[in-house]
Design a protein around this ligand. Sequence first.
Ligand SMILES: C[S@@+](CC[C@H](N)C(=O)[O-])C[C@H]1O[C@@H](n2cnc3c(N)ncnc32)[C@H](O)[C@@H]1O
Length: 121
Amino acid sequence: MGKFNDIDLENWRESDVNTDSLWLIGERAKTGKHKNVYHGNFIPQIPYQLLSRYTKKGDVVLEPFMGSGTTLFECEELGRRYIGLDINPEMIEYVSGQVDLFTNDSEYLMRNCNSASATRF
Ligand SMILES: C[S@@+](CC[C@H](N)C(=O)[O-])C[C@H]1O[C@@H](n2cnc3c(N)ncnc32)[C@H](O)[C@@H]1O
């Protein structure tokens, strides 16, 4: 089976990916586009860790509950493509305004829909 991340397994100790079962995360990262303006938003370090561990550059990440775009902004930084869905049209508008389309060889798609519905929106 091929690798599913870009971690150098020969030098994994030098990677900043957490390998323990307990993740000790310091202060919320505030760099880049992260503004902490949305109730219930992720600490950016969480999607960073998951994306680094489970995806490679160029992979497509699907997020059915996008919110304020924390995962998307990490995808931009890490060169992942991204599909974000949210039932709240205001979040689609807000996040779309934050994205530099087609940078870092990545592409981003956002849609307003009910991710829990089996029928088309
Ligand atoms: C806790 S917030 C996500 C926060 C996001 N991880 C962030 O860092 O900003 C959950 C989001 O899911 C959306 N949501 C809730 N039910 C949904 C549904 N059925 N389909 C699509 N989006 C939904 C809400 O509008 C809200 O923006």
